[in-house]
Design a protein around this ligand. Structure first.
Ligand code: ZN
Ligand code: ZN
Length: 719
């Protein structure tokens, strides 16, 4: 059996069929997430974060590189600062005018969270991205969207699915003009105590934009990881130390609280040791967690139900062993304790203050449970440096135990790849990962899809657009009066093509107002040209090009000519013609051809030979006094213009030889002798036209007068 090799033909791609994807942030990095999708004139923006390692304007995505006024819709995947914290800036400080969507819990937490961000951002007033009032103004304009329900904005379909990352985190399934895109945001596939895991949407997308935070690294199994956490904490407490867990105020912290609460419940000997949660923000947001129990997983809903049934009325997020700490002033630092404190990357605030206070004591321990971004203290201290720099510039000895546990609600390498295979998109775009991690995941995926040239994997850098062609058939529906006739083979429908969003319809021009609210108008175009040659020449050349030219009279009884029932030519001034037509593509091209002829008449060889008389005072050259001999000479010129080199003059006329066929023309009798009929009739036709054109123009003028009288008579008849 012979194998046929598939041939690929390069068809030029229509620019309107290209989807463009651009990272304004989170391209080969973690932080300042912001991505732009442009397709078919629509623009979708995904996330508007800040970079945790920078402050002020430097922390923003590259907004200056893109015209934010073109964004139709902005989707925020979850409330984390690297995904949402520059949203008030975008909405209040730029020319952005699009609509913004996020889930209900994300919006509820957004307000508290960013208010906290404004307060604790360690920057001067000049470097502050926005103020509390900007945050509130942006909050008013944010629209909410429910999991599994579809919102359509300007033809763009948007459906959020559970992402399993933090409360309210969404993956967005987006459809623009038939092209389907899945944006995972940050996501997790691991069962935990309160969240639903990331879902595989029912439809297969063409493009998947996925996080790659952990690259190919593997998480410890959940049980092992939890045992290690509780073991590390328990042994710290046994040696009289303090355990510091820097956490982002919301998200994983709530999962850690659930784990600790459960462990304390099972270990009465620990009841004397306090667990503190130092975050006024988390305290405020606990109400949100208590409210959105219905958006969490079965485990937490069951606990809630059981509590209700026992009449305890207990909410799983109301803890027995955990104390919330409003500020460090109220904290009595007297002995072993467990402290959860934000921010998670030890940049400033309570967690940093406690780190600086506790790091010299070897009994204490620091447990880093989240993902640490390059350039932050959390990342730095994981290398166990002998000393660290305090915020005030002091060098502090670092003797405390430092441990890393991956409780971050991100997929690890294996989970991510399994999910990518399950989604089955043809284009996989990696974002939200440090360059090396992302690179390793990319090469793993490439070797998995080796030999399958259908699947492409990309890891674009910030501000480097990725172009993906999506060719599609263009189909238009007929509506209105055009749709009343059943379609028939070979019948070509004509009407007006109207496009709204991505749907096209064809309708009769009369239906435009009813179906599209549009109106039509007619554009009449006029042009004047200088014309020195005579009318007979004009008509001759026009007839050569267009066949018969209709002669009529205008309202002022002036003769005018109609070419192809489209272009009207009038003689308005001496040596000046006016050309008029209804503007459209077809008519414009006829008018162009007429103009070209008018401008070329005087220089055409036939014309030069025919006459060198210019317009008489009546605008038309008079042929009335042309002698028969002169007339014959002019007819001969016509023939010469037509047959050129094939023509030789004879005494009575001429001979024309074309491809061995010979014809003799007698100009006195106007007879044509030729054995080859096609040539004979061709010459005969040219001869007749020439005779007609060279005939005195007076005849036409007489005819015009006569037409004039007839019109008058008709007028009288109708009276
Ligand atoms: Zn996140
Ligand atoms: Zn993130």
């Amino acid at each position: 059996m012979s194998k046929r090799k598939a041939e690929t033909v390069e068809i030029p791609v229509d620019p309107s069929d290209v989807l463009e994807f651009t990272n304004l942030g989170a391209g080969n990095e973690v932080g300042r997430s912001c991505h732009i999708i442009q397709f078919k004139g629509k623009t979708v923006m995904l996330d508007a974060g800040v970079h945790p390692a920078y402050t002020g304007l430097a922390a923003l995505p590259f907004y200056d590189e893109f015209d934010l006024s073109t964004v139709d819709v902005l989707l925020i995947s979850h409330f984390h600062l690297d995904h949402a914290a520059s949203l008030p800036y975008v909405m209040q400080k730029t020319n952005f005018r699009g609509r913004v969507f996020m889930t209900h819990p994300t919006k509820a937490i957004y307000k508290w969270l960013l208010s906290d961000f404004v307060r604790v951002s360690n920057v001067g007033p000049d470097d502050q991205l926005y103020e509390e009032k900007d945050l509130l103004a942006s909050y008013e304009k944010i629209e909410t969207i429910d999991y599994h329900s579809t919102v359509i904005v300007d033809g763009i379909k948007i459906t959020p699915y559970h992402a399993g990352h933090v409360l309210g985190a969404a993956m967005f399934f987006i459809e623009i003009a038939g092209v389907k895109i899945l944006f995972t945001g940050d996501y997790s596939r691991e069962e935990d105590r309160h969240l639903n895991v990331a879902e595989v949407p029912p439809e297969k997308p063409d493009i998947m934009i996925t996080e790659s935070t952990y690259g190919t690294a593997a998480h410890q199994p959940r049980e092992e990881k939890e045992n290690r956490l509780t073991h590390l904490i328990h042994s710290t407490l046994r040696r009289g130390g303090r355990a510091l867990l820097p956490v982002f105020a919301l998200g994983r912290a709530q999962e850690l609280l659930l784990i600790l609460e459960e462990y304390w419940t099972n270990h009465p000997e620990l009841h004397s040791v306090p667990i503190y949660y130092a975050s006024s923000l988390a305290r405020k947001c606990m109400a949100v967690y208590q409210t959105y129990i219905n958006m969490m997983n079965d485990n937490i809903r069951r606990k809630f139900r059981e509590g209700q049934e026992k009449g305890e009325g207990r909410n799983p997020f109301i803890f027995k062993h955990i104390q919330s700490l409003r500020s460090l002033e109220r904290f009595e630092d007297v002995g072993p304790c467990v402290m959860l404190a934000s921010p998670g990357m030890l940049q400033n605030g309570v967690s940093r203050e406690l780190l600086e206070r506790w790091c010299p004591d070897p009994r204490n321990s620091l447990l880093v449970t989240g993902y640490s971004v390059e350039g932050t203290m959390a990342k730095h201290i994981l290398n166990e440096p002998p000393e660290i720099q305090s915020l005030s510039g002091q060098a502090l000895p670092r003797r405390m135990q430092v441990e890393e546990l991956s409780f971050a609600a991100h997929v690890d390498g294996r989970q991510n790849q399994e999910f990518i295979h399950a989604i089955g998109a043809r284009h996989i775009i990696l974002v939200h990962g440090e360059q090396n991690n992302m690179g390793r995941l990319k090469s793993n995926l490439m070797s998995h899809y080796k030999g399958n040239d259908q699947v492409k994997i990309y890891n674009p850098r910030n501000c480097e657009p990725l172009q993906l062609p999506f060719r599609s058939d263009k189909i238009a529906k007929t509506i209105g009066s055009l749709a009343t006739k059943p379609p028939a083979n070979g019948v070509i429908l004509s009407g007006v093509l109207v496009q709204k969003d991505f749907g096209m319809s064809v309708m009769a021009a009369e239906d435009l107002r009813e179906f599209s609210g549009l109106v039509t108008s007619i554009v009449v175009e006029k042009q004047r040209v200088r014309f020195g040659a005579g009318v007979s020449l004009l008509v001759f050349h026009l007839e050569q090009m267009f066949g018969a030219v209709r002669k009529e009279l205008d309202e002022e009884k002036r003769p005018m000519f109609k070419v192809m029932d489209t272009v009207t030519i009038r003689c308005v001034e001496e040596y000046e013609l006016e050309i008029e037509w209804v503007g459209n593509v077809m008519n414009d091209s006829i008018a162009d051809a007429v103009l070209a002829i008018l401008l070329g008449v005087e220089s055409s060889p036939a014309s030069v030979k025919l006459t060198n008389q210019s317009c008489s005072h009546s605008h038309y050259p008079s042929h009335a006094n042309v002698t028969p001999a002169l007339r014959l000479e002019r007819v001969l010129m016509f023939l010469e213009a037509q047959f050129g080199e094939w023509l030789t003059s004879t005494d009575v006329g001429c001979n024309i030889v074309v491809d061995d066929h010979k014809a003799s023309v007698n100009l006195e009798t106007l007879e044509v002798e030729c054995g080859f009929e096609p040539l004979r009739s061709r010459i005969k036709a040219v001869l007749e036209r020439a005779v007609g054109t060279v005939a005195p123009f007076a005849r036409f003028e007489e005819e015009s007068d006569r037409d004039d009288e007839e019109v008058k008579e008709e007028d009288e008849d109708t009276r």
